[in-house]
Each structure stands twice: as structure tokens, then as C-alpha cells.
Write a protein that binds this ligand. Structure first.
Ligand code: SF4
Length: 738
């Protein structure tokens, strides 16, 4: 007995899972018609023999969610049960995906990668895996993660760097697998995404004159009454004009949670309900932000205990971890806490202290608050005198800075101690604790801790005091690696020169299983690397003019075909200069000219995809865009993407390496630049039907010894070294366009 092809076609066509009446004739199961009612999952209703129904149910349990038997005599439907989905191997799962989704293409490297990840998970090991674009990396790690979690009743966390990827996993990849395996996957949101009902009650009871002046009070009230999830995104979808500070004042935080003393604790609290759902999940889809910040707050975090974590887009981990393991004291944050305590406008008081009857303690406290505000003003004025916006604190300037930090720390500490008088108030105690932590962190500026970088960032409105670990590897070891049995890192670009040495050093991993998947695309026949040998060096004053000429040559090369170009810069200054020099010429040749920053990135990309365009871009566009087809036929890398170590963190790391006798350029700057270069290159071919040219005019790639590392890091493809005035012909010959 078999279910024939047509039957599946009908099943897959149904937009919502529905009930189908099934008939069996001549050994073939025929799905005859859709009947009333919607259930979750495809349901087959058998109407001939109950035994046959069972047979089919068992045989096709991976596509049938419910098995019903229609008893003709009694005219009743009997539920035979929900057939359990069998435990399948990785190969079998990929095989079934292919059967169900006709567009799915089997890729050997995808299965190999998946099995490598399965081995790591089963053996409790670390793994570093590179999977070029087109490998199908998401399914390759989701499948073994689910199988492992189900088999051992453990939890696996998948961490992405971008919301886009998180969305893709939840909306595209996991629903595919739902057709084949039973599992429970949930998305983790950071704690402050949930509304704290206790805080809302408190605000509603007491009111807050300044917070709700603009009618936000009513919006919040109606949201609280209607929402089932209490999630921030839901609140802001209904009205994007609401001030973010409103949410901050009602968001759940570990510090302000009253726990067992709260009437909503556990079952009626949005945050605890969401956390309980995560407890029941096999797979948790999170992002680097949540995994890293959660590691710092440990049991107060949103993630339950997990056995393994998979970092996708792992090339960003060092940058993310550097941010999250940086301890920051912000004058803006302190001011917000002061406002929440006490604020007086037009002779009206607001804030937590405003409800307290006048007495000596309150008067003293209000006076301490004024002192902190004065200390903040002094700090703003003092640091306003510095020319640079980011200042590294060192022995040379500490003596000047110290009195101002001291004054701030002392006043903050005094206020914190005074607030302890109201220890019964959860909200006041939470503010006291935060202030005390801030004061302690400010005092760390005077400790001679060589493993930390102390630096200050200032604007006109705030000053941030930051302490960043010199290396994040220790912090990752302590906070992440000790928490999970297996840690898997994966990305399209984490190897340099065919190895993971640089990555391992930056994230503090000594031993790991390693695997680099082969390219799924045939770069050799679909793309070409063109390098110009006569362009001036990028630091030359002539460079912008030279770039503009190259850009116009590209435009002439593609003016007769449907093609667009992405021009990647390493600085906004050069981007703007070149844009100004080229814009008119490009428009006169019939192209739409786009510049990153003129609209938001999403709009810019939308325009780029639908027109024959030139997009001038920098920073996030080196890695954040996925444009398939002719719209992106040329990637122009205007400069090798070396980072200038001019931030306090980068320059301090550089300095320390030099002191240790390490060649910081070779060991740190070069591999970082190569990775970014590979990411830029990766924008070109996004699909097996794509083709295009990558143009590099930074002649250091052929004139300097290290240039070879860039070229060797690319997949096998045709290479051409030409003069600038040959760009048009080279492009024409590739596309056959002139
Ligand atoms: S349990 Fe904590 S987070 Fe939840 S409503 Fe109560 S105080 Fe707010």
C-alpha cells in the first residue's frame, strides 16, 4: 500500500493544515477531499479498514500528524492517535526534506558539516566550522542540535548575531524540520523585553506626572489590558512614536524584581512565563547579546541551563564579547536613576521619593541627589575640555582625571547609603544597589589592573567610564565555556589562510574539532578577480579621483546590461568624497546612485535590488547584505580593510602585543583585515546562478608581501592584473557587454 504522488501534492497544497478524507483503492491511498475543520498538522482520515489505517499511519508517520478513522457504520470519526515521529538519522532527515520540498537541493558538504556537528555534540567537544555561502549551514546545525537535545533530554542554544538570521531560523528553517521531526523550539528574548506588571501597578497607583504627560499613560494601560505576552515589540508595533524611556520604567529587570514578594511571581508574570516556556524547549534560538549578557548575570538570566551552544556568525563574537564584557558607568544612566528617584518641575514632585512624607531622611536624600547632579555637571564640563571623544586613562592623565571621578564616585556612594533607609521598597533598593555598583566600578579606575583597558567616551550630553578586558578569551572561558559541554562556532568566514589559528586565539579556544566545507559555488567559472596595478596608494591625495575614474569605467562596462555595483569603502570620508566626484557621471549613464546613510539600510537595499544601481557603502555592508542576481554583479573593494588601531581598546591591545614582542600587524591586524576582505568578497556570489567581477584597486594586494594572504584566502577563481584604463574592457569581456 502506498500514498501516491498526487496525494502528497494535495496535502502540500493546503495552505493551512486540514482534515482530508482518504480512500484506499488498488493498493493506493487516495486523498479524496478536504473535509470540515482545521487541526494543527496534516490529518488523514481513513474510512476503509482500521488495520490499513494503522499500517499507513506507521509507514507515513513523518508526514501525518494525526491519524483518524472514519467509521462508516456509525458515521463517527475515531481518533487512532498521533503517530510518533521516528528517530531518523541526519541523512534520512535530509532525504525526507528533499522528498517533501522539491526545490531542496542535496548538498554533500551540508550533510558532512551536519555530521561533524553531531560528533562534537555527542562527544562533548568544541568545534569550529567554516561553511561558505550556499552550504546550507543553518539546517546543518539545527538538525544535529535537535537530534542531540531530544536523544539526551538536554537543551541546545543556537545563537545568531542578527535578528534577520534569528527570524530566518524561526520562520523558514525550523518549520521545514517540523514536517519531519518532533521538537520544541523557542525564541529567547532579553529580560527587559518583558513588561513588569508590578511596576505598572505601582505607576498606575501613584501616577507619574512627567512620564505620562503625552498620553502614553493611556496607551500603556490599554496594552497591559490586552497583551498576552507583555513583549516590548508588540507594544511598539502599535505605536512607534512612544518614548523609549516609558518602556524602561516598566521593563522587567533582575534588580527590580520582587520575586516571591510580587503578587504576579511565576505564573502571572510575563517574564517568568516566558522563562518557563524556555525550560520546556529542546532548542532555544537566541542571539549573541542574550547569551553573553546572560552569562554575566548567571542564574538571574533568561536562559535555563543548557548543555551546548552553537554560535552562528561566530566571526562577530570577539566584537560582541568585547562590548558585553565591558563594564560601563554612564552619567546618563545615573541621571535616569536620579529622575526615577526624585524630580521637581513647576513646583510638582515626581519619582519614588515624592510619595514619601517629608522628614529629615527625605530632605537629606534630596540634597544628596542634588550633589550627584552637580558632580555629573562637573564631569561633563571637565571632559568637555578634551579634544578627543575617546580617552585612554593612563599614568599620564590619571592625576588630572582622578579628582573628578572620585567626586562622582563619592557622591553616588553617599546617596546609595542614604537610600538604604527605605530598604523595604524594592524599587528604591534596586536603585541603591545600582548606584553602589557604579561607585565601586568608578573606583576600579584607580586600581592597577593590567588585564583591563580603562577608557572614557564623551559627548556633549554624557560621559561613559569604561573598563574593557584586554583579551576576552578569559571572560569567555569563565562565563560561557564552563557552562556548556559543547561549544560550536560556525560562520562563512572564520579561517585565514586555511586555518583557524587567529580565531582560536581571539576567543580563547585551545582544542576543537575543525572543518572547512568546500565551496558549493563554482567561482572559477562564475567570477573573476580584477586587480589594478597602477592606482595610487590609498593614502595618496589622488586616490579619490582615481577611484572615481574606476567607478565610471565600471559603469561604462555594464551600461548595456542589467547589472549593478557595490562599492565598498573603509571610511565615510573617502566614501563621501568619491560619491561627490562620481554621482553625476553615473546618473548621466543611466544608473541610480545610492549612498549608505541617505536612507535606512533596509530602504537602501530595497532600492538597490530593484534598479540598475551603484551603491556606495561602508561598515555593515561589507558583511550584512544578501543580494542575489544581476543587481549585484560587481563588488569594488576600494581599500584593503585594515582597521586603524585608533580606538582606546584597539590601540591598547596593539601596544600590549608590541610589548610582548608579538608582531601585532601580522598576528592581529592582517588576519582581521583578511576576514573582512573575505566578507566583502562574499557579497558577490549568493546563488549558484550568480556571476560577477570583484575589483580591487588597492595595489598593496600585489605590491606588498602580505597581499598574497588576501588573494590566497579567496576560493579558486580567475585572476587578472590590469591597468586602470583597462577596467572597462575587462568588465566587457567578462559579461560580453560591449
Ligand atoms: S515577578 Fe518580578 S518581573 Fe514579574 S511582575 Fe513581579 S516584580 Fe515584575
Amino acid at each position: 500500500m502506498r500514498i501516491n504522488k498526487d496525494s502528497f501534492a494535495i496535502l502540500n497544497k493546503s495552505e493551512t493544515p486540514s482534515v482530508f478524507r482518504v480512500n484506499i483503492s488498488e493498493e493506493v491511498v487516495k486523498i479524496e477531499e478536504k473535509v470540515e475543520g482545521n487541526l494543527y498538522g496534516d490529518v488523514l482520515v481513513f474510512s476503509d479498514s482500521m488495520e490499513d489505517a494503522f499500517d499507513i499511519g506507521v509507514q507515513y508517520r513523518d508526514v501525518i500528524d494525526y491519524l483518524l478513522f472514519f467509521d462508516k457504520e456509525s458515521q463517527k470519526v475515531v481518533v487512532l492517535g498521533e503517530p510518533e515521529k521516528p528517530v531518523l538519522s541526519i541523512e534520512e532527515i535530509f532525504g525526507r526534506i528533499q522528498k517533501i520540498f522539491k526545490d531542496f537541493e542535496e548538498r554533500k558538504e551540508q550533510v558532512k558539516l551536519s555530521k561533524e556537528i553531531e560528533n562534537c555534540l555527542e562527544e562533548g567537544k568544541f568545534g569550529i566550522f567554516e561553511a561558505p555561502t550556499g552550504t546550507g549551514k543553518s539546517l546543518a546545525y539545527l538538525i544535529p542540535s535537535i537530534l542531540y537535545a531530544k536523544k539526551h533530554s538536554l537543551k541546545v542554544v543556537v545563537s545568531t548575531n542578527t535578528i534577520n538570521l534569528q527570524r530566518q531560523l524561526m520562520e523558514k528553517d525550523l518549520p521545514v524540520l517540523k514536517n519531519i521531526i518532533d521538537f520544541n523550539a523557542k525564541v529567547a528574548l532579553g529580560r527587559s523585553n518583558y513588561l513588569c506588571k508590578r511596576k505598572v501597578d505601582s505607576i498606575f497607583e501613584k501616577g507619574n506626572l512627567f512620564l505620562f504627560e503625552d498620553g502614553s499613560y493611556e496607551k500603556l494601560k490599554s496594552f497591559v489590558n490586552s497583551t498576552k505576552t507583555g513583549v516590548k515589540a508588540e507594544f511598539f508595533t502599535s505605536d512607534t512614536t512612544i518614548d523609549e524611556t516609558l518602556w524602561e520604567s516598566v521593563a522587567s529587570t533582575s534588580l527590580t524584581c520582587a520575586h516571591t514578594k510580587c503578587p504576579y511571581y511565576k505564573n502571572r508574570c510575563f517574564y517568568y512565563k516566558a522563562r518557563a516556556l524556555l525550560e520546556s524547549a529542546d532548542l532555544i534560538v537566541a542571539n549573541h547579546h542574550i547569551v553573553l549578557s546572560d552569562a554575566l548575570v548567571k542564574e538571574a538570566g533568561v536562559l535555563p541551563d543548557y548543555d551546548a551552544v552553537i554560535f552562528d556568525e561566530a566571526h562577530n563574537l570577539e566584537k560582541n564579547a568585547t562590548n558585553y564584557f565591558t563594564q560601563t558607568v554612564s552619567t546618563a544612566e545615573i541621571s535616569k536613576l536620579l529622575d526615577r528617584l526624585y524630580i521637581k518641575k513647576k513646583r510638582k514632585e515626581a519619582g519614588l521619593l515624592s510619595d514619601i512624607a517629608e522628614d529629615k531622611n527625605k530632605t537629606e536624600c534630596v540634597s544628596y541627589i542634588k550633589e550627584v547632579r552637580r558632580a555629573i555637571e562637573d564631569v561633563l564640563e571637565f571632559f568637555g575640555g578634551f579634544k578627543q571623544d575617546e580617552i585612554t586613562v593612563n599614568a599620564d592623565n590619571l592625576y588630572k582625571i582622578k579628582p573628578h571621578i572620585n567626586a562622582l564616585s563619592d557622591t553616588v556612594s553617599n546617596l546609595s547609603l542614604k537610600l538604604k533607609h527605605w530598604k523595604d521598597s524594592v524599587d528604591i533598593s534596586a536603585i541603591a544597589q545600582s548606584l553602589s555598583d557604579y561607585s565601586d566600578a568608578l573606583n576600579l579606575f584607580f586600581e592597577n589592573e593590567v588585564s583591563d583597558i580603562k577608557w572614557i567616551k564623551k559627548t556633549k550630553t554624557y560621559v561613559h567610564f569604561n573598563i574593557t578586558p584586554l583579551s576576552i578569551s578569559e571572560a569567555l572561558r569563565e562565563n560561557i565555556y564552563e557552562r556548556a559541554e559543547s561549544v560550536i562556532f560556525t560562520s562563512a568566514t572564520i579561517s585565514v589562510n586555511g586555518n583557524f589559528d587567529f580565531f582560536k586565539k581571539t576567543v580563547g579556544v585551545d582544542t576543537a574539532n575543525e572543518f572547512i566545507a568546500e565551496n558549493n559555488f563554482d567561482y572559477d567559472s562564475t567570477s573573476k578577480l580584477v586587480i589594478t596595478s597602477d592606482t595610487p596608494f590609498p593614502d595618496s591625495p589622488e586616490y579619490a579621483n582615481a577611484l572615481s575614474k574606476c567607478i565610471v569605467s565600471i559603469a561604462k562596462g555594464i551600461k548595456n546590461i542589467d547589472a549593478g555595483a557595490l562599492i565598498l569603502f573603509t571610511s565615510y570620508r573617502m566614501l563621501n568624497k568619491t560619491y561627490e566626484l562620481s554621482c553625476e557621471r553615473l546618473e548621466s549613464l543611466g544608473f541610480v546612485v545610492l549612498r549608505q546613510g541617505d536612507f535606512d539600510n533596509f530602504e537602501t537595499l530595497k532600492e538597490f535590488k530593484k534598479n540598475r544601481s551603484f551603491l556606495f557603502a561602508t561598515s555593515s555592508f561589507w558583511e550584512g547584505i544578501d543580494v542575489k542576481g544581476d543587481a549585484l554583479s560587481i563588488v569594488f573593494i576600494t581599500r584593503l580593510p585594515f582597521e586603524v588601531p585608533n580606538t582606546p581598546v584597539e590601540s591598547s591591545r596593539y601596544e600590549v602585543m608590541k610589548r610582548q614582542g608579538v608582531n601585532a600587524f601580522i598576528e592581529y591586524s592582517l588576519p582581521k583585515a583578511v576576514l573582512k576582505f573575505r566578507q566583502g568578497f562574499g557579497r558577490l556570489i549568493r546563488d549558484k546562478n550568480d556571476r560577477g567581477v570583484i575589483l580591487v584597486t588597492d595595489s598593496r594586494i600585489i605590491r606588498k608581501t602580505y597581499g598574497k594572504v588576501f588573494v590566497d584566502s579567496l576560493p579558486k577563481l580567475k585572476k587578472e592584473v590590469i591597468k586602470t584604463n583597462e577596467i572597462k574592457d575587462s568588465i566587457c569581456s567578462f559579461f560580453g557587454s560591449c
